[in-house]
Design a binder for this molecule. Structure first.
Ligand code: SF4
Length: 776
């Protein structure tokens, strides 16, 4: 092996790119002439140890994808206010003075959209004051950037300020890949993963496959970048991108704006992709310039022309795939043939071309009346989106028309809002009767108080330019049919007040009885002068860490509570555990830690733990959320867990297949651990949840013989045999459970485990954080 230092020749590059180039040189040397996709270039250049990872994992580099476990060092972490709470509480328990990499906090999810920006923002701030105070004080203490409520939605703010071609970022939100529109690898993660990066530990990812999407042609008048991903969602379905990075390439890419590319990457989350990425183009450079980052453009030029120590073209870092790079799957979309799409209801992959939508609405007997059109959000509030909409509004206003459905606009950031205000676009929206909501998530995340009298249970249709449309997502009403489309189509349909309206072919009657047909929308890619910064109080608070700051958590708060580190594993096997409950059937992360109203308590582990397993089915009685103490008294499952915690009785849960399926929700591992779970014994686990349990110090075991599920009962006393030895041997060795029945009979249950060397360390330390905070 060759020492990388011999090749570290990047000293004449700007500091931003010096590290990237040095690592990339290592990647090139290890992988030789292998053609790399753009995603691979950036991802592998962020490996903690390029040589070790790639040499150990590759036979000539071919077997990396889908197989190797990559240990990565991201450049920064971005957090939204809901998920940041537990991430910061965990980070605080590490007792570090500052994060190892830059981080930012964005207050966007907690503001309810209702009457308009001003009223909604002040109501949101007073309702969530203690959360915002906590986040701001933590930001001050640790030197993280703090974007206050009203500053904007995380992904728009990140695109405008932090995204930079070649970076690798983590975001505690599933739509973080939005920044792939500016040629970054940005991955959505849970709070515990974010904390790993914040403490400087390498972050582990199964090397993704690369799904190539070749774009040819050029979008027609009524077609928007949003339609690319709406169509793709229909082809791939909600699971089609799982385990893959979607990488766009081809001549069609050069016809798209940077914000259009971001919209497409944003919704890669809807097909389950790890992330999505576009190459760096002239449009990317224009966007960097208009967002006051001209120096970045110069730096990119310097990097792309820097020859390093090599003489071949290969030695240069180019923000595009190598000629001839191979994709695991290839899809081609001809933009010239694409038509607008409407996706939904209730799932983003139910894609219908606009020309067929009218017939589908009638066939399916979906509501023909459109109740509301909502545009903007992190997905579609760019200058281009908004000025294209503006062109429709102006034309309709000239014809004497107003939207027939309620019409809401959510700017993605204060910067875009202020620029639209300066350029007169907001005035056009308001003149049309549109309600401009605050720069926050609002109706996109269920924070919407509808003003139109549509009550829960009433069937109705809405159209949004957002990214998700699960049942009840926007207004909590399971009967609201929520369709997704581009902002232009949403707007045109809002004028017609009808889901069967096709603005490309249909007309609307004006008040004077004439037929009005929209001209195709047109707008500007970006403002002609750079973006406005907006109201100063909505700008970022950015400062060096100040250890003297006390993080604001009131001892009487019911929404926030300091986290105590979990105790280390005892220096022996576990004995005297009791089975708290034996669960039957599906047990998802929602079953273990319900969402909905419980989201309010995300920062308060004791309070949110009162929902633990509260929809689980007791295998022995068939009851939901029922468990029995040793004296026969009946309790809810979390009540019994708390009772046993209070008397120092550690416990285990027994369950069936795919325990913990659904999401990466870390609370589903934290809560049982907090209440005293030491082991979870199942027929099988969902992979991510199994990892999360180990990160929180809980031992996941599976039955070696599934039939043994029938031999163990609630209340049984359980001791482990070989567990401590296995952990000390870094995951090597067998574990059995000695089970003592109420009758006094003792049985031995053999189990299986998937504890790796690192994970054995987590469990012994009590949690991954306990270990990482020691700098191990
Ligand atoms: Fe998530 Fe919607 Fe907020 Fe975007 S606007 S970050 S999709 S909740």
């Amino acid at each position: 092996r060759i020492s990388s230092s011999r090749f570290s020749t990047a000293t004449s590059l700007p500091p931003t790119y010096e590290k990237l180039f040095t690592r990339y040189t290592d990647v090139r040397r290890v992988l030789g002439k292998q053609r790399l996709t753009l995603a691979e270039k950036i991802l592998y250049s962020h490996l903690d140890n390029v040589e070790e990872s790639l040499l150990n994992n590759t036979d000539g580099g071919r077997s990396i994808r889908g197989k190797a476990n990559l240990l990565l060092k991201p450049d920064r972490v971005n957090m939204q206010d809901a998920s940041a709470q537990m991430a910061l509480l965990q980070f605080m328990s590490c007792n570090l003075e500052r994060p190892a990499i830059p981080a930012s906090i964005h207050c966007d999810h907690l503001i309810v959209g209702s009457k308009g920006a001003e009223d909604d923002l002040s109501a949101g701030i007073s309702a969530n004051k203690e959360i915002f105070d906590f986040l701001e004080s933590a930001a001050r203490k640790y030197g993280m950037d703090f974007w206050p409520p009203g500053a904007g939605i995380i992904h728009q703010t990140v695109l405008e300020n932090y995204a930079l071609p070649g970076l690798m970022m983590l975001g505690t939100d599933s739509h973080s890949p939005n920044a792939g529109g500016l040629c970054t690898v940005t991955i959505g993660v849970g709070g515990a993963d974010a904390v790993e990066a914040l403490v400087g530990a390498p972050w582990e990812l199964k090397a993704p496959k690369v799904l190539g999407v070749q774009l040819t042609g050029k979008l027609n008048d009524w077609v928007a970048p949003k339609d690319v991903i709406l169509k793709l969602a229909g082809e791939l379905t909600v699971r089609g991108g799982t385990g893959s990075i979607i990488e766009y390439f081809g001549p069609g890419v050069d016809t798209l704006s940077a914000t259009g590319m971001a919209t497409i990457c944003n919704m890669g989350a809807e097909v389950g992709a790890t992330t999505s990425i576009f190459p760096y183009t002239e449009a990317s450079a224009r966007y960097l310039q208009s967002t006051r980052r001209s120096q970045a453009v110069e730096n990119i030029k310097a990097l792309q022309s820097f020859p390093g120590s090599g003489t071949s073209e290969d030695a240069r870092f180019q923000f595009k795939a190598d000629e001839g790079a191979e994709y695991d799957q290839l899809i081609t979309i001809n933009l010239s043939e694409l038509e607008p799409h409407v996706n939904g209801p209730f799932t983003p992959d139910l894609a219908t071309p606009l020309s067929k939508f009218k017939d589908v609405v009638k066939d399916q007997q979906w509501p023909e009346k459109l109740s509301a059109g909502l545009i903007g959000s992190c997905t579609n509030s760019s200058y281009e989106d908004m000025t294209r909409v503006e062109s429709l509004l102006k034309e309709a206003a000239d014809a004497g028309l107003k939207p027939a459905a309620d019409f809401y606009i959510t700017p993605g950031s204060e910067q875009i809002r202020a620029t639209l205000e300066r350029d007169g676009t907001l005035e056009t929206f308001e003149a049309a009767g549109g309600v401009v909501l605050s720069n926050a998530c609002g109706p996109c995340i269920g924070q919407w108080q509808r003003q139109d009298g549509v009550t829960k249970g009433t069937s109705n249709a809405i159209l949004t330019s957002y990214n998700r449309n699960f049942r009840g997502r926007n207004d909590g009403n399971p009967e609201t049919m929520n369709f997704l489309a581009s902002p232009e189509i949403v707007t045109a349909m809002a004028f017609a007040g009808s889901t069967t309206f096709n603005p490309m072919t249909d007309s609307i009657k004006t008040p004077s009885g004439k037929d009005f047909k929209f001209s195709p929308p047109h707008g500007l890619e970006g403002p002609t002068t750079p973006f406005e910064s907006g109201v100063a109080s909505l700008g970022v608070l950015s400062q060096q860490p100040d250890p003297s700051v006390q993080v604001a958590i009131s001892p009487s708060s019911d929404r926030l509570a300091f986290l105590e580190p979990f105790a280390p594993f005892p220096e022996s096997d576990l004995s005297g555990l009791r089975v708290l409950v034996k669960v039957t059937g599906k047990c998802t992360t929602d079953t273990i830690s319900a969402a909905g109203p419980w989201l309010k308590y995300k920062g308060h582990l004791p309070n949110i733990s009162t929902n633990t397993l509260n929809t689980a089915v007791n295998a022995e009685t068939g009851e939901v959320n029922a468990a029995y103490d040793l004296d026969g008294s009946r309790h809810t499952i979390p009540e019994l867990g708390q009772r046993w915690k209070d008397r120092g009785q550690d416990w285990l849960v027994v369950a069936e297949h795919n325990y913990g399926e659904g999401s990466a929700r870390e609370h589903a591992a934290l809560q049982p651990r907090y209440l005293g779970a030491r082991v979870v014994l199942t027929k099988s686990f969902a992979r991510i949840h199994e990892t999360n349990l180990k990160k929180q110090g809980v031992v996941p075991l599976t039955f070696a013989d599934e039939a043994d599920y029938d031999k163990i009962s609630a209340g049984d006393e359980v001791s482990t045999v070989g567990l401590y030895e296995m952990l000390r041997n870094k995951g090597k060795g067998e574990v059995q459970l000695k089970v003592k029945k109420a009758s006094g009979e003792e049985i031995l249950i053999p189990t299986k485990h998937a504890v790796s060397k690192d994970q054995a360390g987590f469990i012994l330390a009590g949690s991954a954080l306990n270990l990482l905070s020691k700098g191990v």
